[in-house]
Design a protein. Structure first.
Length: 228
């Protein structure tokens, strides 16, 4: 038995499909859209954080890349007073606290028109193309081993003089250090002689003289403690 469909009229309630029902449906759809949009925005926000930050508040790789390069320090550069005029030798240690190796490839100085890296082997000097500076290691220029050789020096050197020497590295660029002239037998760290440790700042800056002749030393493992 089929019953006729009843259609409600008047104030007894809204008719099916009436204005109030359509308004409720529109509100429901808008709410669903807002919820979906919020979920998408939240997901996008997570993606941006993961791409733009390494958890330290800065760019993802720039900090790591900067820390991975060489971190060089010139330790105890010195020139012993030469036994005769016209020639001199320079010694130092290059310490690398970075994760990347470097290489000392050239030296120069207004002291002499010729400054080069040499090595003493069986009392014979040989030219060197460079000195390796390993990561977390040292490159040592010392008596009886690798050293800087100055030939045809412009003037006699005496204890207490200061010589500007420019060191050029493969990765860290050039830096000019002020090198003291010590007594013939003196070495950094000996009583009454200076010790020095200056960081390399790429860009060719001159490292100021931070020692005074006669200041007490005593730091072990420097250039004066190697070689013969």
């Amino acid at each position: 038995m089929r019953y006729p469909r009843l259609t409600r009229r008047g104030s007894g309630g809204p008719a099916a499909g009436g204005p109030n029902v359509r308004t409720a449906r529109l509100r429901s759809r808008r709410t669903a859209a807002l919820v979906a949009g919020g979920a998408i925005a939240a997901t996008a926000g997570i993606g941006l954080v993961s791409c733009g930050s390494d958890g330290s508040g800065g760019p993802g790789l720039s900090g790591t890349a900067a820390e991975a390069g060489p971190k060089l320090t010139i330790v105890d550069p010195y020139i012993p007073q030469p036994a005769k005029d016209g020639i001199a030798a320079g010694y130092l240690v290059v310490r690398n606290d970075g994760d990347t190796p470097d290489r000392l490839v050239a030296v120069s100085s207004p002291l002499a028109p010729s400054a080069a890296l040499h090595e003493t082997v069986d009392n014979t000097m040989a030219h060197l193309d460079g000195i390796e500076i390993p990561a977390h290691g040292r490159g040592v220029l010392a008596r009886g081993a690798a050293h800087i050789m100055f030939t045809d020096t412009a003037s006699p050197l005496r204890k207490g003089d200061i010589v500007d020497v420019t060191l050029t590295f493969e990765k860290s660029g050039s830096v000019t250090v002020r090198v003291p002239v010590l007594g013939m037998a003196d070495r950094p760290g000996d009583p009454g002689t200076p010790t020095t440790a200056v960081p390399v700042v790429p860009g060719g800056d001159t490292v100021p003289n931070t020692w005074t002749p006669g200041s007490a030393g005593g730091v072990a493992g420097h250039a004066g403690g190697h070689g013969g």
